[in-house]
Design a binder for this molecule. Structure first.
Ligand SMILES: Cc1cc2nc3c(=O)[nH]c(=O)nc-3n(C[C@H](O)[C@H](O)[C@H](O)COP(=O)(O)OP(=O)(O)OC[C@H]3O[C@@H](n4cnc5c(N)ncnc54)[C@H](O)[C@@H]3O)c2cc1C
Length: 603
């Protein structure tokens, strides 16, 4: 077929009239699933992506400049709505709008959560979704290379390679350069007798050395380099960029079954709508903020919301958009008495020029590191003496304090089970409550298992109007207590010999801020996002607020799945990309199996 030339479809006129699978969104999950499905030469796959290909700008490819694409044309530039619980502030929430999705914007922390976190997904009613069940897919995603000999010896990094993949498309390794005060951070970890583990093994707590998604040339390995590049030559793999899916088209058969029939899309709000037919399935991979929005404007959601948008209800599924949660962080900032800091790249032009030259000519030095080369993930009892008291407060608390007004009963029921699971984590030794990112004097305190939940709602019936994202940060005061204890820990940490050697001087919130109420005010006034929105199309039982089942099929509709960060019932204590890839790798096999294709793909 002339159109099956393996090239990017840049004009919608060049599309085939029908595809077996149409994937919405070419980010982490979408490219993974589309790549794996198109391994079968008989399957035709189309991905529709709102953004375009990037131009390999330095801020996209160079690890030391990671995050630089935030706020550019490659970002949706979305915001979490202002809320009283965080001092009336709105918070910007970057999301990739480019081929590669958020993996082009992200900070390249490539880690997994604890075994207990994934086992918790299964305990919530999702058979097979546990650490052991995900491990083959974590490995399938990855082509891991160990640290350089120098870094390995200097820092004593030990990897259990049985837990690592060596044939995947995603290239991962450690930075060949660690910023100098990383040594102080590691020393402080030892001073506090915090064990150092290997996060890949499921023991993602204590301290760990962190891998990044980058190739052997120390350039970003995004979903594009990994899953697009390796599939682009396949004639049955098409991608349409610069177009947004505007609606999922459905029809009903005489017996009342609702089935996906096609996808409608457009290049701009006022551009004409076009459509392609879907012969097998539509797969949503638009991310945790856009997949639920697309479901809602296609008539799948809470009838009350849909009515207010003038959208006809196709499937009454009130949970769509609920269970929105994200990792949030507060911060304690110290001034350090030392010269070479990560921000020297921004403040000292001579240093930056030398670093650039070193990167360009030798692929070494500061620009090879996206930072975050060593991280702490602390169980509550290891960072707070108040764990029993906070547990008692939680056990006596009312789960509904975490939820937005008008939460549907099924969602509240499902959340009650999550609440019990969150309470257990307060006493657990095998799951972290707090992440510590050491950013040279700034101690970033990331809450990993927040109690509070929010809600994502379409703002209108048009996909081109940004959705209303109420993330619910600090809605439940338990989250404030967990961060308050983090602030106190950060001060003890600053007094360890390891950090003390840098003569830290606290400037935020400042040494006078010691009373609970004052620390709480600092927490409420400072929290921000760690960029991990999830949970809005939760995998779970329908009666418990599930939007998709354990095969990631949307309840009530034939031929429709969600495979992105929105299906995670609860965030693991880790950054999210690695988990998104593993979920998508598993999803691809589930989809192949249900289509009658063989399961284990060639790699
Ligand atoms: C600034 C930032 C820093 C981060 N840092 C890290 C980190 O260091 N480590 C880590 O593990 N994780 C990090 N993350 C999170 C991680 O990148 C995401 O969890 C992951 O990419 C989510 O994958 P996804 O497939 O769900 O969505 P995405 O990767 O965001 O992909 C969704 C895609 O769908 C497209 N889309 C949306 N709506 C439509 C539509 N209607 N039609 C067509 N296309 C559409 C979008 O344009 C996008 O390309 C970070 C994220 C950000 C934004």
């Amino acid at each position: 077929h002339p159109l099956f030339n393996g090239h990017v479809i840049s004009r919608s006129e060049d599309l085939l009239p029908a595809y077996d699978y149409v994937v919405v969104g070419a980010g982490a999950s979408g490219l993974t699933v589309a790549n794996r499905l198109s391994e079968e030469p008989n399957i035709s796959v189309l991905i529709i992506e709102a953004g375009d290909f990037d131009k390999k700008e330095d801020y996209v490819t160079i690890p030391g400049l990671a995050g630089g694409a935030v706020g550019t044309k490659y970002d949706w530039n979305t915001t979490y709505i202002a809320s009283a619980s965080i001092g009336g502030r709105g918070i910007s929430i970057p999301q990739g709008r480019v081929v590669g999705g958020s993996t082009k914007l992200n900070r390249m922390v490539f880690d997994r959560g604890s075994k207990s976190d994934y086992d918790g997904w299964e305990a919530l009613g999702n058979k097979g979704w546990n650490f052991d069940g995900l491990l083959p897919y974590f490995k399938k995603n990855e082509k891991f290379s160990p640290a350089t000999k120098g870094i390995k010896e200097e820092y004593g990094i030990k990897d259990d390679v049985r837990f690592r993949g060596d044939k995947g498309y995603m290239q991962t390794t450690y930075s060949p350069f660690f910023w100098p005060t990383t040594k102080n951070f590691i020393q402080a970890t030892k001073d506090l007798k915090i064990p150092i583990n290997d996060q890949a093994t499921g023991n993602a707590f204590g301290g760990y050395f962190c891998t990044h998604n980058m190739d052997q040339n120390y350039s970003r390995s995004s979903a594009e380099e990994a899953y697009y590049a390796s599939a682009a030559a396949r004639p049955n793999f098409h991608i349409l960029t610069g177009n947004q899916v505007t609606r999922i088209l459905t029809g009903s058969s005489p017996d009342g079954t609702v089935k996906v029939t096609g996808m409608e899309f457009a290049s701009a709000k006022d551009a004409s709508r076009q459509s392609v037919q879907v012969t097998k399935e539509a797969i949503l991979a638009a991310g945790a903020l856009h997949s639920p929005q697309l479901l809602q404007i296609s008539g799948i959601g809470d009838p009350k919301l849909l009515k207010s948008l003038n959208v006809t209800t196709v499937i009454d599924l009130p949970a769509v958009g609920h269970n929105l949660h994200d990792h949030l962080n507060s911060v304690v900032v110290n001034i350090l008495n030392t010269t070479v800091l990560t921000n020297t790249l921004g403040t000292n032009a001579t240093f930056a020029a030398a670093a650039r030259q070193e990167y360009d000519t030798q692929r070494s030095g500061p620009l090879t590191s996206p930072s975050g080369d060593f991280l702490l993930f602390l169980p509550l009892s290891t960072y707070s003496p108040a764990s029993e008291a906070i547990f008692a407060q939680a056990a006596a608390g009312d789960p509904s304090a975490s939820l937005p007004p008008d939460t549907p009963p099924s969602v509240a029921k499902g959340y009650a089970a999550q609440y019990a699971s969150l309470n257990k984590k307060l006493l657990a030794k095998d799951s972290a409550v707090l992440e510590i990112i050491w950013a040279d004097g700034a101690v970033v305190l990331g809450l990993q298992h927040p109690y509070s939940r929010g809600r994502l709602s379409a703002a209108s019936s048009s996909i081109f109007d940004a959705p209303v994202a109420d993330v619910g940060f600090l809605r439940n005061p338990l989250d404030v207590a967990l961060l308050r204890e983090g602030v106190r820990w950060a001060r003890r940490f600053a007094q360890t010999p390891g950090i003390g050697a840098l003569r830290p001087f606290e400037v935020v919130p400042g040494p006078n801020v010691t009373a609970d109420a004052d620390i709480d005010a600092h927490v409420r006034g400072s929290v921000s996002t760690l960029y991990h929105p999830a949970g809005t199309c939760k995998m779970g039982l329908r009666a418990e607020g599930g939007v998709v089942d354990a095969d990631l099929k949307v309840y009530g509709v034939d031929g429709l799945r969600v495979v992105d960060a929105s299906v995670m019932p609860m965030l693991p204590a880790s950054h999210t990309m690695t988990t998104v890839y593993a979920v998508a790798e598993k999803a691809a096999e589930i989809i192949k199996r249900s289509g009658g294709y063989r399961e284990m793909a060639r790699v």
